[in-house]
Ligand binder design. Structure first.
Ligand code: MSP
Length: 795
């Protein structure tokens, strides 16, 4: 009988591809400094590359910068610098940024590179020679931020609520457009409508996720117009061959970078010194190839540039008689307050500040891990301090970091070696065991618990492997977390520290010795496999853990991710410093060192008591209550925002601005009594100030967002509090009469940091929203959140 019938061992892992893989990111505009959006696209490619190399598959990873075009030209002009000099500065900024976050492309291409210019000329000449390019005139809208020609249908009037000024915006990205009349060269995109449909039809996974492929298919089916491919008024770019009064459109120029790197128009590329590569101490050498082979296997892009990559780029490639890439992976956005993080939205945050909040020696690794674990390419992900804290504290400090400390700690492992278990534990039959037998084998030192952990160790790599080929970093990291959590459970159940203590008293007791060395060996094996599989996501921290366990470099591959590899008797390094200090419940101030634990007082840990008191105090400062919503309508300037009147009492109203679209529409909220917090510091969202925030939860699997469900009969003003919480002096739980009264500590305006501290304690458990494990209630009963899985966060 097996508990684990679908588990796979390494023997059944995906076969290696025949040729080296070629992966690309978009090339980044250099009109501003790199931000988290750029980082995310690159991290997906970097972690994929690192994973492939962990599987000993040769890879070429291409990234770079998009230097030409009106937008970059304008940025340089604003700084009073020549465009090329500006791009040189920005090139250095991007390279440094990549190095700091351990992103290591094999080539970091610039569109001002000589070989790229030659490739673009060749592309143009070939399209022209095929009569795919002809001279025409463009009269229409142009969006400078997107460097895109925008059809009339996609332009809308947007009124500024403050000034009343009306601006024309593109509905694609909600950015301003300008009217353009220009003589242009045009590309015969219309001619490629049927070939594009045929290509999509014949390649079911050419664009993923599937819903994006369907969107593109329907768009192409509805008809394609020819597109402009030159700009007359733009000087910063590559001139049209034989007609230098025109500049080649920045998107043709940019898209060609992918084939430049593969040697277009020739068929050989030498990666010599003139091509930049990133220098980083975590760069994996040995498995890079110097020449990527076209077609690219994976091209990663954000959803905002899908049209260019899923329609224009394949059409250009078909026109050039080149094969189309194998797979386009389209990811969603990182948002802040549910709006895309971008320079123009002004909601960027400084990555160095985030790293300071995380603190410790491996803050970069933790940040990479957070972005890759929290995101799912199919949806947008909202960035918050809450997410950062919960991942660092739970996954990294409590689970992974703690496990490393435990298996190397002198208190459990006084010999400071990989322990020597009985020989039968090292039997090769356990290397592939993924199915747990009903009973432990007779006459074996291994218990059923041991076998369960061995099976988990042996089956994790295949799960990570399957997820990574789909670029599902969330599932890949989830599989490693699951191994860590099973290992932690195993350690809790077996309490090796007790055995170590018993052994200290009775050093000759062979039975205890066997038990302890077996348990410790299993723990080390679990941490070794987890660390190896974490290398793509946290290259420095995971390598450091493997160093501590003295695992040789040649054993750090996916092939070694099974039980029985660590060499018994090897000396290990039992340092006590934590890999990831916890982010404390104080304001998220930058920290250098983890705080020292406080001494225990009166039999109870004083820091725990203080912590609870601090949490209760933070909660009491916030006014959580029921409100009623009326006049709900869409924000005039932001598609995703809803504006409502919030009734706080029979006489008091306020304004709510919420980013609940697409989960809720204005009509879904009209007249509803909902859970909220009403005394936060007001915040302006697209020109309208919001004073109230709704409480909702986002399902961590499906990404759907649901409002907390008030108890039956809830009334405006009902207070919300965690069970067992003292609301005010003389307050008794469930007392309706005093439940409406304010708490003694309630603040007039709660600052953001204070509120985030409270939010950090919110989690869904068994369909109940809880604050540090205590269900939220009103005097009328419990608040519910049905249909949201356990562990999801509410906010
Ligand atoms: N230069 C073009 C791409 C040319 S490729 C031939 C460009 N550059 S960009 O700098 O604006 O964006 C590059 C990538 O960053 C895109 O994939 C985009 O989706 C991604 N991101 C920018 N902001 C983002 C978020 N807030 N979240 C996630 N990724 C987003 O477009």
């Amino acid at each position: 009988m097996s508990e684990n019938t679908t588990a796979k061992s390494l023997a059944e892992i995906t076969p290696k591809p025949e040729k080296p893989l070629f992966i690309t990111t978009p090339i980044y505009y250099v009109n501003g400094d790199p931000h988290v959006g750029h980082l995310y696209t690159s991290l997906l490619a970097d972690s994929y590359t690192r994973f492939a190399r962990l599987r000993e598959i040769p890879m070429f990873f291409l990234s770079g910068i998009d230097e030409h075009g009106q937008k970059v030209g304008q940025s340089a002009a604003e700084k009073n610098i020549e465009p090329k000099a500006w791009c040189d500065i920005m090139n250095d900024n991007f390279l440094k940024f990549f190095e700091n976050v351990s992103i290591c492309p094999d080539r970091f291409i610039r569109t001002t590179d000589k070989d790229h210019e030659e490739a673009v000329f060749a592309v143009w000449n070939k399209l022209k020679a095929n009569d795919d390019i002809y001279k025409g005139k463009y009269e229409g809208w142009y969006c400078l931020s997107d460097e895109a020609f925008v059809p009339e249908l996609n332009v809308q009037d947007v009124t500024d609520p403050v000034t009343g000024k009306v601006t024309k915006m593109t509905i694609d990205s909600n950015r301003p457009v300008e009217w353009l009349v220009e003589e242009n060269y045009m590309f015969r995109l219309s001619k490629y409508q049927q070939p594009l449909l045929d290509w999509i039809d014949a390649n079911p996974t050419c664009i993923v996720p599937e819903f994006r492929r369907n969107e593109i298919y329907n768009f192409v089916k509805s008809g394609l117009n020819d597109i402009s491919v030159s700009r007359k008024s733009v000087k910063w770019g590559i001139p049209v061959p034989d007609d230098p009064s025109h500049t080649i459109y920045v998107w043709i120029d940019a898209l060609a970078n992918y084939i430049t790197a593969a040697g277009y128009p020739g068929d050989i590329v030498h990666l010599d010194e003139q091509h930049q590569i990133c220098q980083s101490k975590t760069k994996i050498t040995g498995l890079s190839v110097t020449k990527p082979v076209w077609p690219a296997d994976i091209q990663i892009v954000g959803k905002d540039i899908i049209k260019f990559h899923a329609i224009y780029w394949p059409a250009f490639l078909l026109a050039l008689n080149l094969p189309v890439y194998k797979k386009l992976v389209v990811h969603g956005w990182w948002t802040k307050d549910r709006m895309k993080i971008s320079k123009s939205a002004g909601n960027q945050f400084e990555i160095p500040d985030e790293l300071k909040i995380i603190g410790g020696p491996f803050a970069v690794d933790a940040f990479r891990y957070i972005l890759l674990k929290e995101s799912n390419i199919s949806i947008d992900c909202d960035y918050s301090l809450n997410v950062v804290k919960s991942i660092v504290n739970a996954d990294l400090a409590d689970q992974y970091g703690n496990l490393l400390l435990r298996c190397t700690a002198a208190a459990i492992n006084p010999a400071q070696i990989v322990p020597v278990p009985p020989p039968s534990v090292l039997d090769a039959k356990y290397h592939n065991l993924v199915e747990v037998p009903a009973e432990a084998p007779a006459n074996s030192p291994l218990t059923l618990e041991d076998l369960k952990l061995i099976a988990k160790i042996n089956s994790t790599a295949a799960l990570v492997d399957a997820a990574m080929w789909e670029l599902d970093t969330q599932a890949a990291i989830g599989a490693i977390c699951s191994l860590n959590s099973v290992t932690n459970g195993y350690v809790q159940t077996n309490e090796p520290w007790k055995l170590a203590k018993q052994l200290k008293d009775k050093p000759d007791n062979a039975e205890i010795q066997t038990k302890l060395s077996t348990i410790l060996y299993l723990m080390i094996e679990a941490v070794r496999v987890a660390s190896t599989l974490l290398l793509p996501f946290m290259p420095s921290a995971a390598a450091y853990s493997l160093d501590r366990l003295a695992i040789p470099a040649e054993n750090r591959t996916v092939q070694h991710c099974h039980f029985g590899v660590a060499q018994p008797g090897t000396k290990i390094d039992g340092k006590r410093d934590p890999l990831f200090p916890k982010i404390l419940e104080t304001e998220a101030a930058p920290k250098a060192q983890p705080a020292k634990p406080k001494p225990a007082k009166g039999g109870k840990n004083a820091s725990e008591e203080d912590k609870q008191a601090a949490l209760d105090q933070s909660f009491a400062m916030c006014k959580f209550q029921m409100i009623k919503l009326t006049d709900c309508k869409k924000h005039p300037d932001a598609d995703k925002l809803i504006v409502c009147t919030a009734h706080l009492s029979e006489t008091e109203t306020s304004t709510l601005v919420t980013g609940l679209i697409p989960h809720y529409q204005p009509e879904d909220l009209e007249g509803r009594v909902v859970c909220s917090v009403v005394n936060l510091k007001p915040k302006k969202m697209m020109g309208i100030e919001g004073h109230v925030m709704l409480l909702a939860a986002t399902d961590k699997v499906s990404g759907k967002c649901i409002l907390l469900q008030p108890p039956e009969g809830s009334q405006i003003g009902d207070r919300i509090y965690p069970t067992g919480f003292t609301l005010a002096e003389g307050w008794k739980e469930g007392d309706v009469a005093t439940a409406q009264k304010a708490t003694t500590q309630e603040a007039a305006e709660v600052p953001k940091g204070r509120f985030e501290k409270v939010v950090n304690g919110f989690k869904v458990e068994t369909e109940l929203p809880k604050f540090y494990g205590k269900p939220l209630v009103t005097s009328r009963g419990p608040i519910k959140i049905e249909g949201i899985c356990d562990g999801s966060e509410f906010h």
